[in-house]
Ligand binder design. Structure first.
Ligand code: ASP
Ligand code: MG
Length: 415
């Protein structure tokens, strides 16, 4: 008998019929004599609809009213799943964030969980109930509802798994695991049996939409036994795990290709090349809570340089305004921007033991006449910014050149 968290995403909860199928998945674990705590997302598309309503009334992403409104999607879906389970004769209880007592910090729209009171959950499990937790929400110190950022139910699930010391946390979604690339772009993309935490963190931040990055960080910190599985298919799914000593890292150079079209780039041209300028620019940008991803600074010509950086598309307008103010202050030449870019990345812990990954990536892009505008690297990933129109082509080419396809992927053999 094990204690299991099952988390079901918006697509899995997308209709009455689908919620019945979710109920069947929950019942299956009960029949295996396991205790189950379920975390649910809102029915697919609901959160976006609610956000739209809030914004039409003047709400923004970080006010209390918007969080109150958008948290209601999970209230509905948790109630529906409870009814579905009861109609099958199982005792279930739906709980909202404040009923569990999931406390968070004060940041509406992207709150962080600070604690989860497990007493209620344990008591109800002891009574034989299936506990259903509405994901994505908590309460702050003032007792007001907060939400955890888009995709935040993943974080609720992982945090609950850590808090109740669950044996497993299964994240159910509409794909049957983590893939070597987006299967809608690459036809022979392959499900990976295993992805390492370091890779999953990179994948989540580089455009793979499977897990919210915070949930992966949380799982890594608290050593949660984490799986991504399919609600609709019988499949082993993908285990996210720590790299052990027994792993043979010589086998695989790159394990996946990710593509992110959500960023835009801004260049401030002709700025004086003096100490303190970059600090001034980026502190002003971070003051308004904009996250900068890649940065490049050109070589200085006659005491002046160009600085280019990327931000999320949703922050582009604000970032341009700030950059233009700074440019004026510094007497820079001008500010230009481009939102038709894509960031293409290759990821793999095996890169630590291989050389030549970067050159292989650059050569493959060059062969297709794809120009690289920016490059950034870490120990286990290389990212290039390219024109958005080449995103799919670049994904396919790199998937191919690093042999990630259905027939030639070796990750299954190096468990
Ligand atoms: N319903 C929220 C969203 O759409 C949270 C989640 O699905 O994880 O972002
Ligand atoms: Mg999700």
């Amino acid at each position: 008998m094990a204690l299991i968290i099952q988390k079901f995403g918006g697509t899995s909860m997308g209709s009455i019929e689908k919620i019945r199928r979710v109920a069947a998945k929950v019942i299956k674990e009960k029949l295996n004599r396991n205790d189950v705590v379920v975390v649910v997302s809102a029915m697919g598309g609901e959160t976006s609809k609610l956000l739209d309503l809030a914004s039409k009334m003047g709400g923004c992403r970080n006010d209390m009213e918007t969080d109150l409104i958008i948290s209601s999607g999970e209230q509905v879906s948790s109630g529906l799943l409870s009814l579905a389970l009861k109609s099958e004769g199982y005792d279930a209880i739906p709980l909202l964030g404040h009923q569990v007592k999931i406390t968070t910090d004060e940041f509406y729209g992207k709150a962080r969980i600070s604690s989860i009171d497990v007493k209620n959950i344990y008591r109800m499990i002891k009574q034989g109930k299936i506990v259903i937790i509405a994901g994505f929400q908590g309460i702050n110190s003032g007792g007001f509802i907060t939400t955890l950022g888009r995709g935040g139910s993943d974080t609720t699930a992982v945090a609950a798994a850590a808090a109740i010391n669950a044996d497993r946390c299964d994240i159910y979604t509409d794909v049957d695991g983590v893939y070597t690339a987006d299967p809608s772009i690459v036809s022979d993309a392959k499900r990976l049996d295993v992805v390492y935490f370091d890779e999953m963190i990179e994948m989540s931040s580089l455009g793979a939409k499977v897990l919210q990055i915070r949930s992966v960080e949380f799982a890594m910190k608290y050593k949660v036994n984490l799986f991504v599985k399919s609600t609709f298919l019988e499949s082993k799914g993908t285990q996210i795990k720590f790299l052990g000593d027994e792993e043979d890292m010589e086998e695989l150079q790159v394990s996946s290709v990710a593509c992110d079209k959500d960023e835009a780039k801004i260049s401030i041209r002709g700025i004086p090349d003096k100490p303190g300028i970059a600090a001034k620019i980026f502190s002003k940008i971070s003051d308004i809570n904009i996250v900068v991803d890649m940065i490049i600074q050109n070589i200085s010509v006659e005491g002046h340089t160009d600085l280019t950086f990327t931000v999320s598309k949703k922050d582009l307008q604000k970032a341009i305004e700030i950059a233009s103010d700074i440019a004026r202050d510094l007497n820079a030449k001008d500010v230009i921007s481009d939102d038709k870019i894509a960031k293409i990345s290759v990821i793999g812990v095996g890169m630590r033991n291989h050389h030549g990954t970067a050159s292989m990536m650059f050569e493959s892009l060059a062969k297709e006449s794809i120009n690289i505008m920016m490059i950034s690297t870490s120990e286990i990933k290389i990212s290039c910014v390219i024109e958005a129109k080449y995103a799919e082509l670049a994904t396919r080419v790199l998937h191919d050149v690093f042999n990630l396809g259905e027939t030639d992927n070796k990750r299954d053999e190096c468990k």
